[in-house]
Design a protein around this ligand. Structure first.
Ligand SMILES: O=C(O)CCC(=O)C1=CC=C[C@@H](O)[C@@H]1C(=O)O
Ligand SMILES: [Mg+2]
Length: 368
């Protein structure tokens, strides 16, 4: 591969319904589409998935743009790259900025798979032909609305439901859900809304037979999570705390979690995600693929990742039409019976809807 030019698009797409977590509410998804152009004209695509505000992680759309344009794109531009993992090495000196890194790294994997004429999933070692998916339901204005949203997801065939909780909305909310749906596979994501001072409240959640509790404590913590895991039965799943293989090793050493949610964007792309996956497999930690309200490019990359063998829990990669009226790839990524087939065609497996991508692009910069 020889990277001749890189195009960075700012894209804005309205979500069908706002997504509210303990940290933010997102109605309009602003993200980056990074196009990596090879000298033969082939284009690899990646999504820059940080949000507009630094509440989920420290990165934002603007910080990604800055780091991409000033540091990361110059590091790959006009370079011959034999394998995408080399991009990971080129980015090694740059501290953190994982989402900016992932935007290019995943695009180079996408390009590489097209040039190799092999499905991306197969190239990274994927073994599952279909990925089990669940839904993530944000905080709702009322418990009735939450129950209705869960019922709708179950009617659509989903079997694993994830809800958001906060210290103000947990026990009663989960009681209501369990009253209506005693047996469903249910999990709760706290997005770091608790501290160890809330330990009694967190212990009370054991009563709800949750599949796991996601990221109850601070976004950068593995020490307190280890203490908490010793006091609660519900398996802890880390999300925000795991940005690298080193983070993962510390979590395993301390016993901070039993499960990990891997997001390509949070860990800087496929190379690190695969390492974390392999390490977890060796240490008996099951993983699953989280979501970042991706559009079609990010969603197709996530699908490839989730085909690796140790992705043993349902992914947050629900049908794209839960989020979007129209997506930037075709065909629209859709689940059937709570599974999405992993594409078997070369590359990421979905075509770019160029007309729609142009329509939702609000700014475009070409670096050559
Ligand atoms: O993409 C999806 O369907 C899952 C969305 C989701 O739960 C999240 C996306 C981004 C940030 C968080 O609010 C949250 C998460 O923590 O997993
Ligand atoms: Mg989460």
């Amino acid at each position: 591969m020889f990277i001749q030019q890189v195009i960075v698009r700012h894209v804005a797409m309205m979500l069908k319904t706002p997504f509210k977590s303990g940290v933010d509410t997102i109605s309009k998804k602003v993200f980056l589409v990074v196009e990596v152009h090879n000298d033969d004209g082939t284009i690899g695509y990646g999504e820059g998935l940080a949000f507009e505000r630094p509440y989920y992680t420290e990165e934002t759309v603007e910080t990604m743009t800055h780091i991409l344009e000033t540091v990361l794109i110059p590091a790959v531009l006009h370079k011959t790259i034999d394998h995408p993992s080399y991009v990971h090495n080129l980015f090694q000196p740059v501290r953190r900025n994982y989402m900016a890194k992932a935007a290019i790294e995943t695009a180079v994997w996408d390009l590489y798979a097209q040039l190799q004429k092999k499905p991306l999933a197969q190239l990274i070692g994927g073994t599952q032909s279909a990925v089990e998916v669940g839904v993530a339901i944000g905080l709702q204005p009322s418990e009735e609305q939450l129950v209705a949203r869960i019922q709708r997801a179950l009617d659509e065939g989903y079997r694993r439901i994830k809800v958001k909780i906060t210290p103000q909305h947990d026990v009663e909310l989960l009681e209501t859900i369990r009253r209506h749906f005693p047996d469903i596979s249910l999990m709760a994501d706290a997005n770091s809304a608790y501290t160890l001072d809330d330990i009694e409240q967190l212990k009370a959640l054991d009563a709800f037979n949750l599949l796991m509790i996601e990221q109850p404590l601070a976004h950068d913590d593995v020490v307190d999570h280890a203490a908490l895991q010793r006091h609660i039965q519900t398996p802890i799943c880390l999300d925000e705390s795991i940005c690298s293989l080193d983070d993962m090793k510390r979590a395993v050493k301390l016993g901070s979690c039993q499960i990990v949610n891997i997001k390509l964007a949070r860990v800087g792309g496929f190379t690190e995600a695969i390492r974390i996956h392999d390490y977890c497999e060796q240490h008996g930690i099951g993983v699953w693929c989280g979501g970042m309200l991706e559009a079609g490019i990010g969603r197709s990359h996530a699908l490839a990742l989730a085909s690796l063998p140790n992705f043993i829990y349902a992914a947050d990669i629900a049908s794209a039409d839960r989020y979007w009226e129209r997506d930037i790839v075709t065909p629209i990524i859709a689940s059937q019976d709570a599974h999405i087939n992993v594409p078997t065609s070369a590359g990421r497996g979905f075509h770019i809807d160029e007309a729609y991508l142009e329509q939702v692009t609000i700014a475009k910069r070409c670096i050559m």
